[in-house]
Design a protein around this ligand. Structure first.
Ligand code: IPM
Ligand code: MN
Length: 360
């Protein structure tokens, strides 16, 4: 298969981790006779420094002309504590999602057996957890009308959803549940919010097309508690934009490190793959950033093009690296010198020669 992939490394540790997933994708291309072409473009704080914009037109054009996008991370502390900054790195990511119509953000959360002790949660609570979060990504409070009064003392952000926006992600979530444990949990705040009541109504209607899938409802506050008390109860979680943002960071604690969580953002036409972690500026260029989230995002990219065997090989490599403690310091108490690129090298070697690496 021939694929043109836009690479948007972004800020902080973005470039280092993305480099590892490119390495891994190149190894896959070689082993399976695919042609993957990579073209890089700036986004985020780095792009603001270069062009004054967080998503330059050229970067957006590149994304629109390629088959898939591999995204690194975005954000820089110089903007975080400056509420009056007009141009912010995050705007680049939000604009990218909106312009490309990436309405569904899929975030798998899994407890790896040999990382159970890394989570602050008890082993018996998290063992066996396997969740797929379907977060709506182009609507809700993130994109609703924003207002600041003239005297700057009153501000508002509108949370708006239309039936159409809810329906399209709901179908994806139910289809996914069919390939998993046939359960969808809608997370909302229908006891308070009108937009959540619309979600309940529409999701209930759509669910009639999937009578083999069980539909559950949870208020988001309760869902946040259940995620810690009994995460195994979840299969597919379906939720709106901001609840999904919060619940998925919370869920990352189950895996033992936020550096493990990958995601796919898909729409009608385009697809982007990115770790859920941020730019972790303190770690930039120290070689300590965990590249697994980015590498697993590359595996999701392959899944998207139905290259399942290839994606599986990456996941196997990741599992073996975790088993053998070939991990960055966030997960490693045994060795403190395994760098971002060493992890990438190990998975690359595994792909080039799966048998040799497992025997080591
Ligand atoms: C994420 C991030 C983004 C979000 C930020 C960087 C805008 O936290 O992808 O989860 O809130 O969606
Ligand atoms: Mn987030």
């Amino acid at each position: 298969m021939k694929l043109n992939i836009a690479v948007l490394p972004g800020d902080g540790i973005g470039p280092e981790v993305t480099k590892q997933s490119i390495k891994v994708l190149k190894a896959i291309a070689q082993e399976f006779d695919h042609t993957f072409r990579f073209k890089e473009a700036p986004v985020g704080a780095i792009a603001i420094d270069k062009t004054g914009e967080s998503l330059p037109e050229k970067t957006l054009d590149l994304c629109k002309s390629t088959d898939a996008i591999l995204f690194g991370a975005i954000g820089d502390p110089k903007y975080d504590n400056n509420p009056s900054a007009k141009v912010r790195p995050e705007q680049g990511l939000l604009k990218l999602r909106k312009e490309l119509g990436l309405f569904a953000n899929i975030r798998p959360v899994k407890a790896y057996n040999n990382l159970l002790s890394k989570s602050p949660l008890k082993r018996e609570i998290i063992k066996g957890t396997d969740i797929s979060i379907y977060r709506e990504l182009t609507g809700g409070i993130y994109f609703g009308k924003k207002e600041l009064s003239e005297d700057k003392n009153t501000a508002s952000d509108l949370c708006e959803y239309s039936r159409f926006e809810i329906e399209r992600i709901t179908h994806l979530a139910f289809k996914a549940a069919r390939t998993r444990k046939n359960k969808v949990t809608l997370v909302d705040k229908a006891n308070v919010l009108e937009s959540s009541r619309l979600w309940r109504r529409v999701v209930t209607e759509v669910s009639k097309n999937y009578t083999d899938v069980k539909l559950d409802f949870l208020f988001v506050d309760n869902a946040a508690m259940q995620m810690i008390l009994n995460p195994k109860q979840f299969d597919v979680i379906l939720t709106e934009n901001m609840f999904g943002d919060i619940i998925s960071d919370e869920a990352s604690v189950i895996g033992g490190s936020i550096g493990l969580l990958a995601s796919a953002s898909v729409g009608e036409k385009y697809a982007m793959f990115e770790p859920i972690h941020g730019s972790y500026p303190q770690a930039t260029n120290l070689g300590i950033a965990n590249p697994i989230a980015s590498i697993l995002s590359a595996a999701m990219l392959l899944d998207h093009f139905e290259l399942f065997e290839e994606a599986e090989l990456i996941r196997e490599g990741v599992e073996i690296s975790l088993k053998l403690n070939i991990t960055t310091p966030d997960l490693n108490t045994k060795y403190d010198h395994i760098s971002t690129s060493k992890v990438g090298d190990f998975i690359e070697d595994f792909i080039n020669n799966p048998k040799d690496t497992t025997m080591n």
